[in-house]
Write a protein that binds this ligand. Sequence first.
Ligand code: AKB
Length: 318
Amino acid sequence: MAKNEVILIIGAKGQIGTELTVALRNKYGKDAVIATDLLEPNSSLLKDGPYMMLNVMEKLAIENIVTRYKVTTIYHLAAVLSASGEKKPSHAWSINMLGLMNVLDVAKIFGLKVFWPSSIAVFGPTSPKILCPQHTVTEPTTVYGITKFAGEQLCNYYHEQYGVDVRSLRYPGLISYTAKPGGGTTDYAVDIFHQALEKGNYTCFLKEETTLPMMYMADAVRAALELMEVPADRVKIRTAYNISAMSFSPKNLAAAINKHLPDFIMHYKPDERQKIADSWPRSIEFITATSDWGWQPQYDLHEMVADMLKHISKNAAC
Ligand code: AKB
């Protein structure tokens, strides 16, 4: 990153934004990172540097911040996730598509670099289930997946037509202890830790054998930073890169938690999110990300579980 770069984060209070903001401030200095979200800054993490309220639907407001602070890079993280999107499809379409279009338009006008997260939700029931490749059938069946698929094409279009340096990753389910996700199908893999420590049991909304690709947030943040640091000519994929770290089912996760908390009990009560989970691949192949910019995950299931339990217990004790 050049010396005078200034980063704008949109959606800084979300699951990815909370940790990415801290990581970017640690790396580039707190004054070089402007955190924004729709919400008030009630978290101490976000008070440690410039923070302002911003709605991604207001293009002029984005332009104003970009001009005023001489922003050079945008991390656009605001999105409606899969389960919430099924409840309000037109809202999900507006936020996910028009928000991205606003960011890409501003990037085009001001010559900015952009990071935008895509998702394994671009895949659907007709995609390969095991080691789903980078280039394959993408026929998503959720509105969230449709917006991520269309968003990837839009990113590629802005790169090809206008030279926008936009980079993206197809994130699997993300697991973190700082901020909880909201409205996703993989959220069980975060909630389970809080309930296991608070109550000793958890009722999972997916069936016990439902295997999905997952990643610990430390790896997810590092992936974004690494992709954004790579010279532009090494970024061959301008839709979004497949990445992953591990795959597990609720049953596998409960067994890994039981190694630390032997009395923990898991119950199962599948709901409408089961159908979404069943439409996604069970595992993801990420060889293109590895060969283009060196992606390698660090956390497996057992390392992730140990770290999650350590941090959530510590936070609860504070
Ligand atoms: C969701 O469950 O909607 C997200 C995702 C896989 O993109 N975590």
